[in-house]
Ligand binder design. Structure first.
Ligand code: C2E
Ligand code: CA
Ligand code: CA
Ligand code: CA
Length: 280
């Protein structure tokens, strides 16, 4: 009966209004999803190109909706951001990742690092924040450098003092900072260098069409050279082919992440992958 009611209305409803209603529904579903434990975290390996070694991973959230199935973060993160729920969700992802990195430091690699994405909205509301990350790591017996926070350059450009103070205090605690999606914004690496960033992630759009002699390769080479001159390490995102990997490796890129190595996978699957990679 419920479905019939929806159809009756949507027949006459302009697309925009439908979209607005979908969004409102998504927002209310999101609110209950944390409590209903519908979220999970998957991990994608970040591979050291020179050695093939895996001792880093990015934590990415997934939403298993009870009726709609798996919903992509691209669809629900913006909604979580505009409703403020990203603060809760982000904290939850952090706690999952911190527990995971503790386990993987003990079982996989003593210097294992996991990066988590931190939305600008999480920086905007410091008073809503829970226990500081470093205290949570302390409680697990972990040093700050077991975690990396991934931010986008928009955060640094629009930054109020409060945002900068938070970023600096994460750094003071030893938590590494990674600049996500580099190349899609408007800022230069030399400008960004003042924020003492540890890793630069080259956006997938520059990796996708990487071939010898291409403009994209020249761009990647320039980013890598400049990042290194400024004391940052480089991670290439969206590495899907052996050719892309080889070109990036030859260009001196430090790390690669992408479907060539693995899709983001559940922790257990990650462990199997790790064992496979290190045993041959
Ligand atoms: P991102 O941080 O840039 O994450 C990388 C995205 O690229 C992930 O999409 C990953 O699955 C995808 N990817 C990795 N390798 C490849 C590849 O070789 N080819 C292609 N085509 N794609 C690849 P995902 O997991 O769907 O996440 C999308 C975005 O949602 C993320 O982009 C991030 O901005 C956001 N997101 C995901 N999890 C979180 C979270 O816990 N917190 C926050 N604030 N944002 C998150
Ligand atoms: Ca990221
Ligand atoms: Ca990215
Ligand atoms: Ca540094």
């Amino acid at each position: 009966a419920k479905g019939a009611g929806r159809n009756r209305f949507s027949f006459f409803t302009p697309a925009l209004q439908t979209a607005a209603r979908e969004r409102a529904q998504l927002m209310s579903d999101l609110r209950t999803a944390l409590v209903a434990q519908e979220f999970r975290v998957v991990y994608q390996p970040i591979v050291e190109l020179a050695t093939g070694s895996i001792h880093k991973a990015e934590a990415l959230v997934r939403w298993q909706h009870p009726t709609r199935g798996l919903i992509s973060p691209a669809a629900f993160i913006p909604v979580a951001e505009s409703s403020g729920l990203i603060v809760e969700l982000g904290e939850w992802v952090f706690v999952q990742a911190a527990r995971q990195v503790k386990h993987w430091r003990e079982t996989l690699h003593p210097q294992f690092q996991i990066s988590v994405n931190k939305s600008p909205v999480q920086f905007e509301n410091p008073n809503l924040q829970h226990v500081p990350w470093i205290e949570q790591l302390d409680q697990l017996g972990l040093p700050g450098e077991s975690m990396v926070v991934e931010i986008t350059e928009g955060l640094l450009l629009s930054s109020s003092d409060g945002v900068l103070d938070q970023l600096l205090s994460l750094r003071d605690d030893g938590i590494n900072v990674s600049l996500d999606d580099f190349g899609t914004g408007y800022s230069s690496l030399s400008y960004l260098q003042r924020f003492d960033i540890d890793f630069v992630k080259i956006d997938q759009s520059f990796v996708r069409q990487l071939v010898a002699g291409s403009t994209d390769l020249a761009l990647c080479q320039a980013i890598i050279a400049m990042a290194h001159a400024l004391g940052m390490k480089v991670i290439a995102e969206g590495v899907e082919t052996a050719l892309q990997r080889d070109l990036l490796k030859a260009a001196g890129c430090d790390f690669g992440q992408g479907y060539l190595f693995s899709r983001p996978v559940a922790a257990q699957e990650f462990e199997a992958l790790f064992t496979q990679t290190t045993s041959n």
